[in-house]
Design a protein around this ligand. Structure first.
Ligand code: ADP
Ligand code: ASP
Ligand code: MG
Length: 457
């Protein structure tokens, strides 16, 4: 029997929903972990980085299992392993945006997680805990066939439940799945978060705990701003914006899943001693909340995200007439390339400039495509690219009810002499595209300006 969490057709697409449609989840209260709960743990690459660390993960999981919980564990590849594997491919042939090449990348990159589950199962058995590991295709975790960025479509819970009921800890590979034609697929970088939350959703787990190398979600990346503060709670909507604006502490799709299937989600450290009190551990880190309550930290801006993964494409001197944006962006969208920030200049002499950002990996493909398919229809227009940009965003649900937040952002950037190239806003975030070399300066300045420094709020 397939999992029933969809409450609809068994093979319905479970990732196909509007990114920002969070309305139905606002009334949800996180479930308390009780005895005999079904819990999903996810361990990231650093947490799985050596046999010593894997032994520690095993001891921690064993503690939870011995406390009476049914445990499913989703580990990532050992740190550096996915990069190493992808690097080997590049040594042999430069990256090509073809399905044939991407299929082999997935075949290759998915092996990192397979090593991890095998090692963790062995470590658990050494701790005297019965355990069994599965690759994505063995569960199976079914995905579409978009190699290197596949989307999960369904998860069959039968095998996992059978093992759990037999008292085993189940270990499932992060990051990977299998398409309809039995090809191995991967879910995009950082995708083990999504595997864990999707497995938790499929099993209706009481909570999904994301163990990582920081002790929670911070106001911004604590590696860039040492003054960053840990948030005890962060709203689902803010987490979604922060993840989509570049905070890689959680992959965005994992947050989307958590929202859609109401999976209680907590980010916490795997570097606390494995034998700390289980209740202390279960309440540490950052809880992603689905409702705004009086316990939530009240700040207009809750966090600052940044992202160096985008590149800017400008089409200069295009005729300013109806249909031009469609010609340019329609062509890009048809090639399955996601466009982010868009800006069109005022027109002069019937001509205008049109700029937008895409993921850096899609930059060359976008420029090629425009040169061949669009430029010939646009008279004397030309294309200019810039890969040395970054996007810095302020995020906070408090922005809804306050005016002047964006202008404060712009003022503090101007005080640092930072030129803003593009701006985009939503109800709870403002993003700017700036020169990459000013990224850290901008993040620090904004962190201070919005009183997020540890000594500030
Ligand atoms: P894992 O391997 O456990 O999945 P990641 O490296 O993917 O870990 O994510 C954890 C990292 O995310 C942290 O080490 C930190 O540098 C970075 N990060 C970025 N933004 C934030 C933030 N707002 N709060 C906490 N960590 C952040
Ligand atoms: N190992 C994969 C990566 O490095 C997935 C993950 O770590 O979440 O991107
Ligand atoms: Mg990660």
């Amino acid at each position: 029997m397939k999992c029933s969490y969809l409450g609809m057709k068994q093979t319905a697409k479970i990732e196909s929903f509007a990114k920002n449609d969070t309305s139905q989840f606002r009334e949800m209260t996180p479930v308390k972990i009780s005895n005999m709960a079904l819990i999903v743990h996810k361990y990231g690459g650093t947490s799985m980085g050596s046999t010593e660390r894997i032994r520690n993960v095993a001891k921690r999981v064993a503690k939870w299992a011995r406390a009476g919980h049914q445990m499913v564990v989703v580990p990532s590849a050992m740190s550096g392993e996915t990069n190493r594997l992808l690097g080997l491919a590049k040594e042999l042939a430069p990256a090509k945006p073809t399905d044939a090449y991407s299929r082999e990348l997935d075949m290759l990159a998915s092996t990192g997680e397979q090593v991890s589950v095998g090692l963790l199962a062995i470590a658990l058995q050494a701790e005297g805990v019965e355990s069994v590991s599965y690759a994505g295709w063995q569960v199976p975790i079914k995905t579409d066939n978009s190699f290197t960025k596949a989307r999960i479509e369904s998860i069959d819970d039968k095998r996992i439940r059978g093992d759990l009921n037999a008292g085993r800890v189940v270990i499932v590979t992060g990051f990977q799945g299998v398409d309809e034609a039995s090809n191995i697929t991967t879910l995009g970088r950082g995708g083990s978060d999504t595997s864990a939350v999707a497995v938790a959703a499929a099993l209706k787990a009481a909570e999904c705990l994301i163990y990582t190398d920081v002790d929670g979600v911070y106001t911004t990346d604590p590696r860039v701003v040492p003054e960053a503060r840990r948030l005890h709670t962060v709203s689902f909507e803010e987490m979604l914006e922060m993840a989509s604006m570049g905070s890689k502490v959680l992959q965005i799709r994992s947050v989307e899943f958590a929202g859609k299937y109401k999976v209680p989600l907590r980010v916490l450290s795997s570097f606390t001693p494995w034998d700390i009190d289980i209740h202390e551990e279960a309440t540490s880190g950052t809880l992603i909340t689905f409702e705004e309550d009086e316990n939530m930290e009240q700040a207009i801006v809750s966090g600052i995200a940044f992202n160096r993964d985008e590149a800017k494409v400008s089409v200069i001197g295009v005729p300013d007439k109806p249909g031009i944006a469609y010609q340019i962006l329609g062509t890009v969208a048809d090639a399955n390339i996601e466009v982010d920030v868009i800006i069109q200049n005022l027109s002069k002499d019937g001509k205008t400039d049109f700029s937008f950002t895409v993921h850096r990996n899609d930059f060359a493909k976008t420029v090629d495509l425009l040169k061949t398919a669009v430029l010939p229809n646009l008279g004397s227009a030309e294309i200019v690219g810039d890969t040395k940009i970054c996007k810095v965003s302020i995020v906070g649900i408090g922005m809804r009810s306050h005016v002047g937040v964006a202008s404060k952002m712009f003022r503090s950037l101007s005080e640092e002499g930072i030129n803003i190239q593009m701006i985009s806003t939503s109800e709870i975030k403002t993003s700017v595209v700036i020169d990459e070399k000013y990224m850290e300066l901008a993040v620090r300045a904004l962190h201070k300006a919005f009183d997020l420094d540890q000594t500030g709020a």
